[in-house]
Design a protein around this ligand. Structure first.
Ligand code: SIN
Length: 303
């Protein structure tokens, strides 16, 4: 292949290729590293990390649906101190960039977590999670453009790290929030987090996942919806876009690149086919070679 597969997400964050693994589907990378090679990845996006450790919602927390999966994890994580002190030094030895997904209950918490991670070697960037549907305040910023902008501005003031914002699709117009975070100083956008969903047990006459009752839907079921969100964002913002939602094959990844994504994240498919990211990457490279692409952007839909 003559084309350079690398992708720039801004502020010096250059991924070796567009294929990353989505937050919440790969932990902090260490279990996956024991299961098989991960050096091929363009990026690892870590589990959502908060200031203090969280145990998450009470189980069960995952349930299969037709063509998808519902999760209600509730941001279980060890807290930023463990991530900065114990995990980052291990990431420093990896060739794969690790982007830490950051969540918080308010601006102060986001700022403190991002500040703590700022000068930590091994952290390549931050992905602000303003889109978790499984805790009461998880989407407060993602559903309000003004608050989203204020949050990004506040975090921008305390870090020079590349700042990606992960948007929720659970809004009327995702482009309003996309423009707001662009104005606030974000470097890139991840689109999208899970769709609000629910599964009911008729026998028990209650939701299957007890956390909030509702949960986050991912997997093939959401791909057409998420693709539409990415295509709309592409026409609204200049920032690099990372497409997420139901990607389980090379064809799926190509669809996102055509819709306007610069990079992609594989999520739910990691659970049922752990080797999927390597397959998708080699499929993309084969496609680029067969079609003499000069850049992934050659694939973009333009009208
Ligand atoms: C969770 O931990 O509940 C999922 C995280 C997310 O949706 O961002």
């Amino acid at each position: 292949m003559t084309m350079d597969p690398a992708v720039s997400l801004g502020r010096g964050l250059v991924l070796p290729n567009p294929v990353g693994v989505a937050s919440g589907t790969f932990g902090y990378g260490f279990e996956a590293e024991r299961m098989g090679p991960i050096a091929h990845l363009g990026a690892v996006y870590s589990k959502g990390t908060t200031l203090l450790p969280r145990e998450g919602n009470r189980p069960p927390r995952i349930s299969e649906t037709s063509a998808g999966m519902l999760n209600s994890i509730g941001l279980q994580n060890p807290g930023v101190e463990v991530v900065a002190r114990d995990y980052a030094p291990r990431w420093r030895e990896w060739s794969v960039p690790v982007v830490v997904n950051v969540a918080g209950a308010g601006i102060t918490e986001y700022v403190e977590v991002c500040e703590r991670l700022s000068d930590v070697a091994g952290v390549a960037g931050l992905e602000l999670n303003i889109s978790c549907p499984n805790i009461s305040h998880g989407m407060d910023f993602g559903t309000d453009p003004k608050r989203a902008k204020a949050l990004v501005e506040a975090v921008r003031r305390v870090t020079e790290l590349p700042l990606i914002v992960k948007l929720t699709p659970n809004v009327t117009d995702i482009t309003e929030v996309g423009r707001a975070v662009e104005d606030g100083g974000a470097d890139a956008i991840s689109a999208v987090n899970t769709y609000l969903g629910m599964k009911i047990s008729v026998k028990e006459r209650k939701p299957v996942l007890p956390g909030m009752g509702t949960a986050g839907l991912s997997g093939p079921a959401i791909k057409p919806l998420a693709l539409a969100a990415v295509a709309k964002l592409r026409r609204a913002v200049e920032l690099p876009l990372i497409g997420i939602g139901g990607i389980g094959s090379t064809e799926d990844a190509l669809e996102y690149l055509v819709a306007g994504a610069d990079a992609i994240q594989i999520g739910t498919a990691n659970f049922y086919r752990p080797g999927v990211s390597a397959e998708v990457l080699s499929g993309l490279i084969q496609f680029a070679t067969d079609n003499s692409l000069q850049s992934w952007r050659d694939l973009r839909w333009s009208d």
